[in-house]
Write a protein that binds this ligand. Structure first.
Ligand SMILES: [Zn+2]
Length: 158
């Protein structure tokens, strides 16, 4: 069924190998980009590699590098397929970045990186640790478990 969905997409994006149950977060994440477009989420699909996985199909949607970076935070090891005229023209293997700068805010409201007066000059710099990302300034840990839905509040510029 997964293959059928990939093959039937004329132009757009297929995000494959998303951790089971995390697809809905990716869709929330890309809500602005996908407004007015057809979106298919296949949850808990069978996967030889992962047991079960989520698969997302976005019709006529284009993704930028920033979008791919956001996806990497919530779906490390996902595959992003760029489809044009029913052909995969580019395959991007998502990798969680070692460091995140300017993408998400430090979860510590009192952290200097969240000071509105400083926001123009400082962005959160978070380093990857086992459990998520740790703030360079106050060492507060950001995880997708702590912020499964509240990520957008942490997104810089939104
Ligand atoms: Zn901080």
């Amino acid at each position: 069924m997964g293959d059928l969905l990939v093959n039937r997409l004329k132009n757009g994006i297929v995000i494959d190998h998303v951790v089971s149950g995390k697809g809905i977060h990716i869709i929330t994440l890309l809500a602005e980009k996908t407004a007015g477009h057809r979106v298919i989420l296949l949850q808990h699909a069978e996967s030889r590699k992962m047991g079960t996985k989520d698969l997302i199909k976005l019709e006529d949607v284009k993704l930028e590098d920033t979008d791919l970076q956001f996806i990497s935070l919530f779906a490390p090891n996902a595959t992003v397929n760029f489809i044009e005229n029913e052909e995969v023209v580019r395959k991007h293997s998502v990798k969680a970045p070692e460091m995140v700068s300017g993408l998400i805010r430090c979860p510590n409201a009192r952290c200097i990186t969240n000071d509105p007066g400083e926001a123009e000059f400082l962005v959160s710099r978070l380093k990857r640790v086992k459990t998520g990302y740790i703030c360079d300034y106050c060492e507060q840990v950001w995880t997708t478990k702590t912020y499964p839905d509240g990520w957008s509040a942490n997104k810089v510029g939104v």
